[in-house]
Design a protein around this ligand. Structure first.
Ligand SMILES: Nc1ncnc2c1ncn2[C@@H]1O[C@H](COP(=O)(O)OP(=O)(O)O)[C@@H](O)[C@H]1O
Ligand SMILES: [Mg+2]
Length: 273
């Protein structure tokens, strides 16, 4: 059971002078329970990769297999687009969230929608009857995520899910992702990896559609050079420890949390906190 992409390549506008590979030979695997973080600068191919994984684009070469099958079960791979709250159309939140499960002919579409709203910590009774156009930014994003969760996807792909949210909205989306991951494989695209690094099981860093890093978080923190060389920024708290290590500090483990980082840096000077 996994979503497996093998050697995917895709070029937009083939045959024109604009043609350049947006995705060039990318492979990745998402297993249930995993959180794969895809990072890269704007234009590095993150959204194109997501569209390929969701089956919205057909790769020029390479394959996507969902649980061993070429075209997965409908609704098996769910995708939350960038700024999804701009695409509400129903009169009520409940109708909007119910659209996916209804389309998939779930006999319990309303129950699926209510469950999904609960997963994003919005009360179905309080929010269900409201117009989706009256929601705050964070609430709207959560409703949009619920709309995809209601289809009970085995794999969830999210494109910049926390971009533009305030702290509360961001924390709510992070909590919903954590819950989803208990029973699904999750892939998150972000150009600001700081929020997701502590939870990621793997990191794929892109530059011009190709992988500049592909590995676990400890591997990334142990050897961040290719990642940094591609112009990607590690979180400040990580960079501080990497810089100290480069200056000769005896650091064998890099912490992601500021408190823990303080202990690592103090430990390198023989001080225990
Ligand atoms: N619909 C499109 N038509 C033509 N070129 C596109 C289209 N979408 C994206 N591109 C190009 O493909 C490359 C990768 O884009 P994208 O996957 O959106 O990157 P990211 O999500 O990392 O910002 C960029 O050079 C972008 O200009
Ligand atoms: Mg994008």
């Amino acid at each position: 059971m996994a979503l497996v992409a093998d050697a995917l390549s895709y070029t937009y506008e083939v045959g024109t002078s604009f043609a350049a590979p947006a995705v060039a030979g990318l492979s990745l695997t998402i297993e249930p329970g995993e959180l794969v973080l895809v990072v890269g600068a704007t234009g590095s191919g993150k959204s194109t990769l997501l569209r390929l994984l969701a089956g919205l684009l057909e790769p020029d070469s390479g394959t996507v297999r969902v649980d061993g099958e070429k075209a997965g079960r409908a609704g098996c791979v769910g995708m939350v687009f960038q700024n999804p709250e701009t695409q509400f159309f129903a009169e009520t939140v409940l109708d909007d969230v119910m659209f996916g499960p209804r389309n998939l002919r779930f006999p319990d579409a309303e129950e699926a929608a209510r469950e999904a709203l609960e997963k994003v910590a919005l009360s179905p009774d309080a929010f269900g009857p409201r117009s989706p156009f009256t929601l705050s930014g964070g609430e709207g994003r959560r409703v949009a995520v619920a709309g995809v969760l209601a289809m009970r996807p085995a794999y969830l792909l999210l494109d910049e899910p926390t971009a533009g949210l305030d702290r509360d909205g961001r924390d709510a989306v992070l909590a919903a992702i954590a819950t989803t991951r208990e029973h699904a494989g999750v892939l998150v695209v972000s150009h600001d990896p700081e929020q997701f690094l502590p939870y990621a099981t793997r990191v794929l860093a892109l530059s011009s559609g190709a992988a500049v890093f592909d590995g676990s978080v400890p591997e990334l923190l142990g050897h961040p050079e290719p990642y940094e060389a591609a112009g990607l920024m590690l979180p400040e708290v990580v960079r501080t420890q990497v810089l100290a290590r480069r200056r000769g500090a005896a650091i064998t483990r890099i912490a992601l949390d500021p408190d823990d980082a303080a202990a690592v840096l103090a430990g390198a000077r023989g001080v225990s906190l």
